[in-house]
Write a protein that binds this ligand. Structure first.
Ligand code: HSE
Length: 434
């Protein structure tokens, strides 16, 4: 038997404790699959005196996680602290500098600093592995870097945030309010430490940015997503939108979309309507899904639990096994120096069918005003319905458009908002047929 593969774990929250559990429970089978034992040598977390439901007595305790970067004898550092700066970033960077492999679940770090870290890993002859950073238990990084390696990728669509998918599902099924359901998701260990990252779409955007990099051979560029306003969460989706979407045969899903259009890349995170009967329409609860469209494989859907202790720890341990076996692949599938700067599509030029909901005063001529605005922007209506009748009071109007140009739809929404009869902010969502 080869000598053991020695690791140090930084961060013993939900995922860290899960990794210790798996490595303990499945030690024998993991050892056979890795071709050597995997030994946890040292661990570190903020607070030593917490019962994590795992026995840590056989491991050295390190007070400052950063000391694991040069801890004697470690082959790999497992970073499960999180965050794109601070201790996690310092630890990963210096572990790579010290020629230690790194396994991380830290999507923010990879999305923000992936290119620099990939170069550092290559320069030091080690790997940066991050399967758990995207879509929890789904082996999507392995699939993208290896399984689909023969293809030119046309598009990647992802339900990438378990908390949002859980909230949207439970709100639809139970009619319960947003805050109450979010609290459940936090109690179940799905949500981020700061749940704003989940519900505002930032967590999904971190993950999308990583998938975009592998799919299209470009440097991960989170700022391009954030600065161009291409990230929207689910906070503006209300119970009535969920109910109307259901009535029209759709589900609302927070989608991350990366698509190649004429040599440029369209990248965005938004709540979208997808047909109930489509592959994504049936992905509910805390499940994530990634739908990949490649030129030879055609389409492929991978789905599984995207958050929580077991699924995320499972992916961390899979990376550890790969490294122990000596598996080596460039961080984003191709050498860092070959990653290109992406050229982004102008979102205004993209087209889609749209769902549009707003409230107007119920009086003669309002629909005519709205129709006239839509006509002025070349937007053709597939269906328009006023929900209810309440003369002189505010009523919701729901419109499904034919394929329309994004810039023209945005202009139409701003003109509708200016109408005296319009009483609240319109809700606009793309319809993705998939
Ligand atoms: N908070 C994330 C989610 C899990 O809800 O999907 C880890 O990425």
């Amino acid at each position: 038997m080869n000598k053991p593969f020695k690791i140090g774990i930084a961060g013993l929250g939900t995922v860290g404790a899960g990794v210790v559990k798996i490595l303990t429970k499945h030690a024998d089978v993991i050892s056979s699959r890795a071709g050597r034992d995997i030994e946890i040598i040292a661990v570190s977390a903020r607070n030593k005196d917490v019962d994590r439901g795992v026995d840590l007595s056989g491991f050295y305790w390190v007070d400052d996680a950063r000391d694991l970067a040069n801890y004697d004898g470690l082959d790999a550092v497992i970073e499960l602290i999180g965050g794109d700066s601070g201790i996690a970033a310092e630890l990963v960077s210096s572990a790579l500098d010290n020629s230690r492999h790194v396994v991380t679940a830290n999507k923010a770090l990879v999305a923000h600093h992936g290119y620099a870290l990939a170069k550092k890993a290559e320069d030091n002859g080690v790997s940066l592995a991050y399967e758990a950073a995207v879509a929890g238990g789904i082996p999507i990084i392995k699939s993208m870097r290896e399984g689909f390696a023969a293809n030119e990728i046309n598009a990647v669509y992802g339900i990438l945030n378990g908390t949002c998918n859980y909230i949207l599902t439970v709100m639809r099924e139970s009619g319960r309010g947003f805050d109450e359901v979010l609290k459940d998701a936090q109690d179940l260990g799905y949500a981020e430490a700061d749940p704003a990252f989940d519900i505002e779409g930032v967590d999904a955007a971190h993950k999308l940015c990583i998938l975009t990099s592998i799919a299209f051979g470009v440097k991960p560029d989170f700022d391009a997503l954030q600065n161009d306003g291409k990230i929207q969460g689910i906070t503006k989706v209300n119970a009535s939108d969920i109910a109307y979407a259901t009535e029209f045969g759709y589900r609302i899903k927070l989608l991350g979309i990366a698509r190649s259009i004429d040599g440029k890349i369209m990248q965005m995170v938004e709540p979208c309507l997808v047909p109930v009967s489509s592959p994504m329409g049936g992905v509910e609860d805390v499940y994530n899904a990634v739908y990949v469209d490649g030129d030879f494989v055609e389409t492929s859907l991978l789905t599984g639990k995207g958050a929580g202790e077991g699924p995320t720890a499972s992916s961390v341990v899979a990376d550890i096994i790969d490294l122990a076996r000596g598996f080596d692949i460039p961080t984003f599938g191709i050498e860092a120096d070959k990653l290109k700067d992406a050229s982004w599509v102008n979102m205004g030029e993209t087209s889609s069918r749209y769902y549009l909901r707003f409230s107007v005063i119920d009086k003669a001529g309002v629909i005519a005003d709205i129709s006239s605005i839509l006509k002025g922007q070349n937007i053709s209506i597939e269906s328009l319905s006023q929900r209810g009748h309440d003369e002189g009071r505010s009523v919701p109007i729901v419109i499904i458009s034919h394929e329309s140009k994004h810039a023209e739809m945005i202009k139409a929404v701003s003109l509708i908002k200016e109408l005296e009869s319009c009483t609240d902010n319109p809700c606009l969502m793309r319809i993705e047929e998939l």
